[in-house]
Every structure is written in structure tokens, then in C-alpha cells.
Design a binder for this molecule. Structure first.
Ligand SMILES: [Fe+2]
Length: 307
């Protein structure tokens, strides 16, 4: 009886057709009308029109209607409006204005579970002859939506919504500027970072292993060098291998593999990480546009003229 992951993101963009083409190249399965499926998680992305890029809706999966009822009462205790309908509720994250839906969904079952990729090491041979990734010719196709990252002008309000309201747990902090939060065994499903404007930083999509992170990125960059943002590297928080790319609307999308899993809350202590060491363990240095996307100023201007 709990939340068990992200079900779906709806992303609003001004250039729908171009963005749909990008996520098709990214390996998500087009299902028509801007909806995309992952291999294991079903329909997990929807691209819709919006005047400027934004997270148009975040849907979170819960086990049963009791979860919906208890989340609704916690949100009301925070003086946040909530509407409950059957097996789902709708609310608005108060700092970014992001519409959030919590809905009952079956837990994701991976069947059959793929065999672990064999890697040789000192004194042990797990594979003989040529490496198995050499024979992979199918396009990289993400297994599931892992996490979404938001910039928020009010980090404390966003954290209160996700933790006290929805029941997320904090896995790690980046100083007092960001919090990695989970609603599943994954190290993070939502990361909110303090920012001068509310915006969607990235969505992240799980692939099989580090070879698929690299192979997927290489395919995306072939003929599209403008898609490159940052990678290949390994994060410190969450420990996942990563490669970040940019969609034609300016949202980043990440291939990741091998993220830390937190099975029992008692066996994990949140750390407060500082500086670049908190951001990544190894890899090329992040470009300035990773932390401050090139369109932030334009988004701020848009936010001001709209509000
Ligand atoms: Fe990420």
C-alpha cells in the first residue's frame, strides 16, 4: 500500500511535430496523438501543445484507493486543493503550478527479467569471446520512465508537497538547493532544485545497461550534434550512468542505467552533498547550459509577461 513510481509525464511544447519526431528517435514507441510507450511501463509520455515548454502534468502510480484517500487528506491538511475521482486524485504542485495526478496502477512487472549483462573483471570471466553488446543491432528502447526534474522558485513548498503531501521520501540533498525524492525503490523519482524560474529540467528513461546508455546517445547524436548536452558519466547521487540530450523544445532527456535502489528505509541515510562532487562522480564536466539551460532567460520573460 504505497506509491510505486512515476506513471507518466505530459510535456507541453510549442513545436509538437518536431518534438514527437525526437522522442520517436529516442526509442519510445509512438502510439498516436503524441503518446509514447516504454517497453515495460506502458504509455508514459504525452507531448501536447503549449506556448512555452513545460511539464504539463505528472502522474504518479499508487497501489490502491486507500493511498488516494490518505494522500487527499494530507494535501487538505496542507491547505492545498485536491479533487478525488474514483481511483485517482488531482492536485497542483504549489510552487511550479504543475498539475499532478495520483492514480491507482498495477506495479510494473518485468517478465521475463532480462539476464544481467556479463562483464569480465580481474580474476573472473563472466563472458568469453566478443562482448555481447557488439551484436546488439535493435534500436535502444527505454524500459521505463525513471524520474523527472523540476526547477522551482520555492523549493521548500515543492518539498512539502511531495514529502508531507504525497509521501515521497528524501534520498539525498544537494546542499540547500535541491532534494532527490523517491516514491519507489529507485533513488529518485522526482528531483526539485531551486531556480530563478519554474521549468522542466529533464525526464529520465531507464535502459538495460551502460552500453545502451552510450549506444542510444550515439544514435541520437548521429547527424544531430545539437542534441548533445552532457555525458557519458556517472552520477554520485543515485550512482546511475547518464547521458543527457536535448529535445527540440529545450527539455533535456536522459538515458540512465544502474541507479541505486533503496529497499528498506532504515538502511539508507540521506546525505547532504556539496558542489560538483554531489552532481557527478566521473565524466566530462557539465556544460554551463546543463545547470542553466540556454532558454532560462526567455522562460523568465515569458513567465513575467504571462503573470
Ligand atoms: Fe537525471
Amino acid at each position: 500500500m504505497a506509491l510505486h513510481g512515476l506513471a507518466k509525464v505530459r510535456i507541453g511544447v510549442p513545436n509538437v511535430a518536431e518534438t514527437i519526431a525526437y522522442y520517436t528517435d529516442f526509442g519510445l514507441r509512438p502510439r498516436g496523438d503524441g503518446v509514447f510507450a516504454t517497453r515495460d511501463g506502458g504509455d508514459q509520455l504525452e507531448i501536447v501543445h503549449a506556448p512555452t515548454r513545460r511539464l504539463a502534468e505528472l502522474t504518479i502510480a499508487a497501489d490502491d484507493p486507500d493511498d488516494i484517500a490518505s494522500i487527499a487528506s494530507r494535501l487538505r491538511a496542507l491547505d492545498l486543493p485536491v479533487s478525488v475521482e474514483h481511483d485517482s486524485l488531482r492536485a497542483t504542485e504549489p510552487s511550479t503550478g504543475t498539475p499532478v495526478c495520483v492514480t491507482v496502477r498495477p506495479r510494473l512487472i518485468v517478465d521475463p527479467v532480462p539476464s544481467p549483462t556479463p562483464y569480465n573483471g580481474p580474476g573472473r570471466v563472466e563472458r568469453w569471446g566478443r562482448a555481447p553488446f557488439l551484436t546488439r543491432t535493435d534500436p535502444v528502447t527505454p524500459r521505463k520512465l525513471g524520474h523527472a526534474v523540476l526547477g522551482s522558485t520555492d523549493l521548500a513548498a515543492a518539498m512539502r508537497f511531495f514529502t508531507e503531501g504525497l509521501g515521497f521520501k528524501v534520498s539525498d540533498y544537494m546542499g540547500d538547493r535541491a532534494a532527490f525524492m523517491r516514491c519507489s525503490v529507485d533513488h529518485h523519482n522526482v528531483l526539485v532544485m531551486a531556480a530563478p524560474v519554474n521549468f522542466l529540467h529533464h525526464t529520465s528513461w531507464q535502459v538495460e545497461d551502460v552500453d545502451e546508455v552510450g549506444r542510444g546517445a550515439q544514435t541520437m547524436l548521429d547527424g544531430h550534434p545539437e542534441r548533445h548536452i552532457w555525458g557519458l558519466g556517472r552520477h554520485f547521487a543515485g550512482a546511475n550512468f547518464f547521458y543527457y540530450l536535448k529535445d527540440p523544445a529545450g527539455n533535456f532527456s536522459e538515458y540512465y542505467s544502474d541507479m541505486d535502489a533503496i529497499g528498506e528505509d532504515e538502511l539508507w541515510s540521506p546525505d547532504v552533498l556539496h558542489g560538483m562532487a554531489g552532481l557527478y562522480s566521473w565524466g566530462p564536466p557539465p556544460p554551463p547550459s546543463f545547470l542553466q539551460p540556454d532558454d532560462l532567460a526567455a522562460l523568465m520573460t515569458g513567465a513575467h509577461s504571462a503573470g
